[in-house]
Design a protein around this ligand. Structure first.
Ligand SMILES: Nc1ncnc2c1ncn2[C@@H]1O[C@H](COP(=O)(O)OP(=O)(O)OP(=O)(O)O)[C@@H](O)[C@H]1O
Length: 242
């Protein structure tokens, strides 16, 4: 198994004249849960979309599991949950999940098992036959998370996965993310604004203006900056409020 899941080397991205990602380098070790933290508009989603191969960097290179992004194999290896749900609202929850399971080429038996696992994880088993247009915002987030897990990917990239999800389910989702990492050696990259979630990450990278201004374990960051929480780390590292 590769030691490094994601390597970003001097990656830059501009939209028109606006530099959104300044030269940025980052390595994400395999089997770790990494949190990307930063204020709205600092470039988290742009960075994630470049790792996914959905946006092309202007400069620099990105490798995932030793493949240069974009690469066909990475469609199987990465499970992605976008910030806005990309779901077919005319279809039921089950039809949405099955559609992706078929696209990934899962066999019928695999599909049955994975749909059951993913729906159960996000507490949607009882609502699978309902059309998505009748789902609440939180239910759509949960369905998106189920779809991100469907092909059993090695790497999970989750853009604010628990926004709009109640505290009980949020706790269960985090328990499952940590189980996936500890027992199934998944690598997980997550963006978050929630301090309790940041605390549960193995490593944090704090972004401001498209640059990493601080990086380390949650405890290292707090110790290094003599801070009681991550808002304070961010301010002391030279950022504005998260
Ligand atoms: N396709 C685009 N065209 C032009 N500007 C864009 C585009 N996508 C993003 N931006 C700009 O790039 C900057 C970074 O956006 P991005 O979505 O990466 O931020 P973010 O850190 O994910 O924010 P949030 O936490 O609010 O989701 C913002 O100023 C945004 O307006």
């Amino acid at each position: 198994m590769e030691d490094i899941a994601i390597t970003l080397s001097a990656v830059e991205k501009r939209f028109k004249h606006k530099q959104v990602i300044a030269p940025l380098s980052l390595e994400v070790p395999t089997g770790q849960l990494i949190g990307l933290l930063g204020p709205s508009g600092c470039g988290k989603t742009t960075l994630i979309k470049m790792i996914m191969g959905m946006l092309k960097p202007d400069q620099g290179s990105i490798h995932v599991f030793n493949y240069t992004v974009p690469h066909k194999q990475l469609l199987m290896d990465i499970g992605y949950m976008a910030q806005s749900d990309a779901l077919y609202t005319d279809l039921t929850g089950a039809e949405n999940i099955n559609l992706f399971a078929k696209l990934y080429g899962l066999s019928k038996t695999e599909r049955i098992n994975r749909v059951q696992y993913a729906a159960n994880l996000v507490h949607l088993t009882g609502d699978l036959n309902e059309k998505v247009m009748n789902y609440s915002g939180g239910m759509k987030r949960r369905l998106s998370l189920a779809i991100a897990l469907i092909q059993n990917p090695k790497l999970l990239i989750l853009d604010e996965p628990t926004v709009g999800i109640d505290p009980v389910l949020k706790k269960e989702i985090w328990q499952e993310l940590i189980r996936l990492k500890d027992q199934e050696h998944k690598t997980i990259l997550v963006t978050t604004h929630a301090m309790d979630e940041a605390e549960r990450c193995d490593q944090l990278a704090m972004l401001r203006g498209g640059q990493i201004i601080a990086q380390g374990t949650p405890q290292e960051l707090k110790t290094c900056y003599g801070a009681k929480d991550f808002d304070e780390v961010f301010l002391k590292a030279g950022g504005d409020i998260i």
